[in-house]
Design a protein around this ligand. Structure first.
Ligand SMILES: Nc1ncnc2c1ncn2[C@@H]1O[C@H](COP(=O)(O)OP(=O)(O)OP(=O)(O)O)[C@@H](O)[C@H]1O
Ligand SMILES: [Mg+2]
Length: 326
């Protein structure tokens, strides 16, 4: 069994968070809401993707901006994780998100600041890293900080492709639109609402598939994995379209389903799996993520079990061999 991944994967997190999760009986205005069981975690798309890859036994690198006292705490938490860190200093402080789980209703409230303003110069070292390291996969997930150029993901896509790497993008809004306009993305993972914002009107699944196919035809992205929450996901690429329903699991918390999907897909691809197998693996990881409570992402054992179920159900090529290696 090989434990060393031959592929290098760098996950970019330009706007990380320190997540504080708490439990409260009931959230009310005016009065103090007493919270218990405070938990501290690091968040941000790229960090989450890297954690999923590590959970699967892979080796992921994280490029993260850090600053302020919250940055010191975040870095300490990050160092406790099995990730290779590339930390870059910023003047601003890492944002602190606050989550409250309301026990009476089983509802979760999430308060997420937009984060510090970052000077364009402060992210130049991240571009240098991408250019220098020429990783096999560069995964950009999450929002861009305020203040950096809107075409930052587009520039990363261009740089990665120039180094013969594969650029994977899970983003939204203007930074996403700019990257799509630039083209050269290897794998684009939108949700339905992200596609709708991109096209400027609402879409049913059929129209979303047609739009994704158009993106592939135009060379904006080689593959599009459109995730549809409890409706599963749709893969569009040069070989056509492939739709899978979601795997039915008990739902605890949807937090991190998208990042788990991306992490598992990239890990499977880095192990030499086909795009379709990787997609199936992503679907299993997304389902595994909704089974776990709170900010916990997904567990390896759940992913492997759910993945095995999708293989049996579809009667397609069994993946026993590579599961054994996983
Ligand atoms: N309720 C669910 N039951 C089973 N699988 C789910 C469920 N919700 C999500 N998934 C799986 O996880 C994948 C990713 O979820 P989703 O489409 O919600 O991502 P997302 O919108 O990017 O989420 P987020 O960015 O909030 O994490 C889905 O394609 C699906 O396979
Ligand atoms: Mg998402």
């Amino acid at each position: 069994m090989s434990t060393i991944s031959m592929s290098r994967i760098i996950c970019i997190t330009l706007n990380p968070t320190l997540d504080l999760s708490n439990d409260a009986l009931r959230v009310v205005p005016t009065h103090k809401v007493r919270v218990r069981n405070q938990r501290q975690d690091v968040g941000g798309g790229g960090i989450n993707v890297a954690r999923v890859i590590a959970e699967l036994g892979g080796e992921a690198e994280v490029a993260v901006l850090s600053g302020g006292a919250s940055g010191v705490i975040m870095e300490e938490a990050l160092r406790a994780l099995p990730l290779h860190l590339h930390t870059f200093a910023m003047k601003g402080a890492v944002r602190i998100a606050f989550m409250v789980y309301e026990e009476e209703t089983n509802l979760e409230y999430r308060f997420v600041p937009d984060g510090p303003v970052v000077a364009p110069l402060e992210i130049e070292p991240v571009f240098d890293l991408i250019e220098r390291e020429r990783a096999d996969y560069v995964v950009a997930s999450g929002s861009l900080p305020r203040g950096v150029p809107v075409d930052s993901y587009a520039r990363m896509a261009r740089m990665t492709a120039a180094g013969n790497g594969r650029f994977v993008l899970d983003a939204s809004g203007e930074p996403l639109a700019a990257a799509i306009a630039e083209g050269g993305i290897f794998l684009f993972k939108p949700s339905l609402s992200e596609l709708e914002k991109l096209v400027g009107h609402s879409l049913d699944i059929e129209a979303a598939g047609a739009f994704a196919a158009d993106l592939v035809r135009r060379g904006a992205a080689r593959h599009v994995a459109l995730t549809l929450g409890s409706d599963g996901a749709l893969l569009v690429g040069p070989d056509g379209m492939f739709r899978m329903p979601a795997i039915t699991v008990p739902v605890r918390s949807a937090v991190g389903a998208g990042d788990s999907f991306v992490g598992a897909m990239v890990w499977a691809l880095s192990k030499g799996q086909t795009m379709r197998e990787a997609f199936r693996f992503g679907l299993a990881a997304g389902a595994a993520a909704v089974m776990t409570p709170g900010t916990e992402l997904c567990r390896r054992a759940d992913i492997l079990r759910l993945y095995g179920e999708t293989c049996a159900a579809s009667h397609e090529e069994t993946a026993t061999a590579w599961l054994a290696r996983a």
